[in-house]
Write a protein that binds this ligand. Sequence first.
Ligand code: SAM
Length: 233
Amino acid sequence: MANGSYQERRAAIETYFDRTAADAWKKLTSDAKVSRIRETVRAGRDDMRATLLSWLPADLTGKRLLDAGCGTGALAVEAARRGAEVVAIDVAPTLIEIARERLPRDLGPGSVRFEAGDMLDPAHGDFDHVVAMDSLIHYVPADVVRVLGELAGRTRGSILFTFAPRTPALAVMHALGRFFPRGNRAPAIEPVGVETLKSALAAAPALAQWRSQRTKRVAVGFYTSQALELVPA
Ligand SMILES: C[S@@+](CC[C@H](N)C(=O)[O-])C[C@H]1O[C@@H](n2cnc3c(N)ncnc32)[C@H](O)[C@@H]1O
């Protein structure tokens, strides 16, 4: 996607997850003790990952799944355990290294290929399912719609992604700069109202053959994120 704002955001996200926050992510995504605030984020993320996994078929044998912005790889591993051939991509090479170190030897019939790069690289191929958990929250809604349109052209089954829902409480938190624990210079989160997002998706020519289906908001302490499922119309 040659779009300037997408490229700029991706570069800022890479710097943040690959350097600034790499250690914090490693810790947050492990069993290590974290602050009470981060415990709520961890609990919310566990809930969100379980939600997304529950929206995929129980048996993923022989299915190709893209974990778009896989981070340290927890969702990719779970999908592989259910038989999927997972292509797990993250723009932050440090997180990909951690994901590779954590990859269990025995995944049963499934597999995971972790690779550093852009989730939109056409070289990754075609997919039965795409999951993007909290990896599009830093892009402006117009770019999110473009990203999803591009992925839709390579996907046969469902696309599951999350966004930061625009709610009055969150607007206050964002204004106070408290959405994430203090002082981590994270790239901005781009909240969007669920109806605004659904309308934008419905109006996108690249998504004309797709429709929004299930949605679920997870709000636990300092973690708020909303999942949306796109399926062929
Ligand atoms: C909030 S983290 C979530 C990671 C993982 N999905 C999880 O839930 O544990 C967002 C991830 O998306 C990745 N990301 C953002 N934009 C990306 C892009 N265009 N291509 C690949 N990865 C991207 C970031 O590097 C980061 O690791």
